[in-house]
Design a protein around this ligand. Structure first.
Ligand code: ADE
Ligand code: ZN
Ligand code: ZN
Length: 256
């Protein structure tokens, strides 16, 4: 009985455990974006999301991973291409990738002739994927599946480089998503404009370059803990903040 319960509790971890930019990261990004929406975008979002917040719907794309009928969307959460190269020049996966997916979502939501259901589905995916785009290990390399195969220890427990960035680092603060979003939401207009510059193509290459640095700073079997957390605190917060501020930009443009 105990063993069955244990396996049941472990099931989601075994199946999805190492590929999800944790719920906290997505909610922080959604909550930050909420602060920078135009009136027009707020009204359109309120209508489509039936009053739910961006933070609330931001985890939808991970929640549906449990359902096999959505398996075609699993390649939408990331992209892998050789380090030191650009997305534009890379060979594209036949299954799609996060950049193609973001563009498709924007087109689907924009087109009023699509059903509300279809538009809402793609809007929720979009809100999630802009978050994933800012998790550096989601713009990564194929050899080790975006760091999933780089086993490390996190405060003495087994983990891997991908998982450290999906959840270990952010969870080590012990803060709620609203507390983190509050800390990261005081950004003046000049800084916001700078962050919102560029295109999805620039943003994916920026994450990809950060990812290359993260690979350089870790070896298989490393024991990570306070030192790593201290070294990468600012980078983690910067990515969450950029994700939120750019999500607002994408949504404001979409509903303009
Ligand atoms: N599977 C393969 N590559 C991946 C990546 N970069 N992120 C998440 N899952 C992956
Ligand atoms: Zn992930
Ligand atoms: Zn995801």
């Amino acid at each position: 009985m105990k063993k069955t319960l244990f396996l049941l509790l472990l099931f989601p971890v075994l199946v999805f455990g190492n590929t999800i930019w944790g719920k906290t990261g997505h909610r922080v990004t959604g909550q930050i974006a909420q602060n920078y929406l135009t009136g027009k975008a707020k009204r359109a979002l309120n209508d489509l999301l039936e009053g739910h917040s961006l933070a609330f719907v931001s985890t939808f794309a991970d929640d549906i991973k449990a359902d096999r009928s959505y398996s075609k969307y699993s390649a939408w959460h990331y992209v892998n291409y050789p380090l030191g190269t650009s997305y534009r020049d890379s060979d594209k996966s036949e299954y799609g990738d996060i950049v193609v997916a973001i563009e498709e979502c924007i087109q689907k939501v924009k087109n009023n002739e699509n059903s509300k259901e279809d538009r809402v589905f793609h809007l929720k995916m979009l809100i999630h994927l802009i978050g994933d785009l800012h998790q550096p290990m989601h713009a990564s390399r194929v050899e080790d599946k975006g760091g999933n195969d780089i086993q490390v220890q996190w405060f003495g427990e087994g983990s891997n480089l991908h998982r450290v960035w999906d959840k270990n680092l952010i969870e080590s603060y012990g803060m709620t998503y609203s507390e983190l979003a509050y800390e990261l939401s005081d950004v003046d207009k000049k800084k916001r404009k700078a962050i919102q510059g560029g295109t999805i193509y620039d943003w994916v290459d920026e994450s990809h370059a950060i990812c290359a640095e993260l690979y350089d700073s870790v070896e298989i079997g490393d024991k990570l803990g306070y030192r790593y957390s201290y070294d990468y605190n600012d980078l983690l917060f910067q990515q969450l903040q950029k994700g939120g501020i750019r999500l607002a930009k994408v949504l404001n443009d979409l509903f303009d």
